[in-house]
Design a protein around this ligand. Structure first.
Ligand code: PLP
Length: 443
């Protein structure tokens, strides 16, 4: 038995030995097509020569320095690059080592901003039920994944809760899309009123929901409604794009498709593409300026913030994305993936919904397509499909759990941006056969 505390304490996963492009090979020589980029991380695939060269040069020059003594050329350059490509107004960057740290930093920046401007009574966050924002205690508190929260609930801050955008299950019979969106915005307003809007720091939401429900996009106008409401009450909007950001949905930031600019935005996974652990908060200059004019010190920090080698890797990844036109490629391949999934699985009686944006697609599995009845938790459907897909040489990200008292099984696909059209067909085919082997064939 391994000495590492793996997620499952009863089994040890296969040992990954090497990787190339979109494939990972284990110690036994078995090759896996990585159709989920790990956890929607690997955007350029493996062994990209530009990223390796940039990291090598950086380590050779300056691997690490602590930000209480120095900044580094490469982290300053990365910050400039991110701001140059961010929605207007997000012009300050706080570097961290991953997604949960980014969310923690965003929560604290938001809180400190209100303390500095003389509104210390703002102590509440509002977030959505179907959401995942990370596993550290602050991030877990704003997240809505009951399964992950359960044991730790007594330790978590009390967060206001509203419904997610989840058209497949929650838009009522005969309700228009606009009517559904308006209902969600009214619910958010009611929650603000319940807490007292003057007491709320921020509304936190994933732009496209990832790890709890498999690539669920917002309805048109939802984030515009949220933005207006937040502005009316002086509440900040924190967009969590740890998973959906950095090109995954076909624009660098998913919010670009919503026509709004959040006050704080978290990014991570695709920022470094897995070459190094790195995340960041993109912050409105207004927030940082208030703290600069006030105490002059952001009361937060970690040992590895602004890590030069991580910054070098991320800068190289981001330059390749721009130079090689990969955002346009994500849009094209994303539509091909949607088409391939619909052709291969669209008629399957256990496939309830195929959704997503760009190379960020989810498949929702149901016991009965007409009633949308979910599988029982004991069936462990998403885990079985993950295992069968692995046996088929395919990596997909399984999700299951209880949200708002309802069960759900989902499979997330988030392949590297460099996938070819043939790879896309291969992914749909291998996933299709894994689903058929677990749940039977379409009639
Ligand atoms: N926020 C979102 C939207 C995520 O999907 C995740 C991870 O899946 C996190 C935060 C936490 O990121 P990390 O696992 O890097 O701490």
């Amino acid at each position: 038995m391994s000495r590492i505390i793996h997620r499952s304490l009863r089994s040890t996963p296969p040992v990954a030995a090497s990787a190339e492009g979109i494939y990972i090979t284990d110690q036994s020589g078995k090759r896996y097509l990585d159709a989920c980029g790990g956890a929607a991380v690997s955007c350029l695939g493996h062994r990209h020569p530009d990223v390796i060269a940039a990291m090598h040069a950086q380590i050779d020059r300056l691997a690490y320095t602590h930000t209480s003594f120095f900044t580094s050329e490469v982290s300053e350059e990365l910050a400039d690059h991110l701001v140059a490509h961010a929605p207007a107004g997000l012009d300050q960057v706080y570097f961290v080592s991953g997604g949960s740290e980014a969310v923690e930093a965003a929560l604290k920046l938001a809180r400190q901003y209100f303390v500095e401007i003389g509104q210390p009574q703002r102590t509440r966050f509002v977030a959505r039920r179907q959401s995942y924002h990370g596993n550290t205690l602050g991030a877990l508190a704003v997240g809505g994944n009951e399964w992950r929260r359960q044991q730790f609930a007594p330790l978590l801050m009390d967060v206001g809760r509203v419904s997610p955008v989840y058209e497949y299950r929650d838009r009522r019979e005969g309700e228009s899309q606009d009517g559904y969106t308006a209902r969600l915005i009214a619910e958010l307003e009611a929650e603000f009123q319940r807490l007292g809007p003057q007491n709320v720091i921020a509304f936190v939401a994933e732009t496209v929901v990832g790890a709890t429900a498999g690539a669920v996009p917002p309805t048109p106008g939802y984030f515009r409604g949220v933005r207006e409401l937040c502005d009316r009450h002086g509440i900040l909007l924190i967009a969590d794009e740890v998973m959906s950001g950095m090109g995954r949905t076909g624009t660098l930031h998913a919010v670009e498709q919503e026509g709004v600019v959040p006050d704080l935005m978290t990014i991570a996974k695709g920022l470094g593409g897995g070459y190094q652990p790195i995340g960041a908060v993109l912050a409105s200059g207004r927030i940082v300026e208030a703290i600069r004019q006030g105490s002059g010190l952001f009361q937060h920090g970690h040992t590895y913030i602004g890590h030069p080698t991580a910054a070098a890797a991320a800068l190289a990844v981001q330059k390749v994305i721009q130079r090689d036109g990969l955002l346009a490629q994500v849009r094209t391949r994303g539509e091909q993936l949607r088409g391939a999934l619909l052709r291969r699985l669209g008629e399957h009686p256990c496939v309830g919904d195929i959704r997503g944006r760009g190379l960020f697609m989810g498949v929702e599995l149901v016991k009965d397509r007409d009633s949308k009845a979910p599988f029982d938790a004991a069936d462990k459907v998403n885990q079985k499909i993950k295992q069968q897909a692995m046996a088929n040489g395919l990596l997909v990200y399984p999700m299951g759990g209880t949200i708002d008292g309802r069960r759900g099984d989902h499979v997330l696909l988030a392949p590297p941006f460099i996938v070819s059209e043939a790879d896309i067909e291969d992914i749909a085919d291998r996933l299709g056969s894994a689903i058929e082997l677990c749940l039977g064939r379409a009639a």
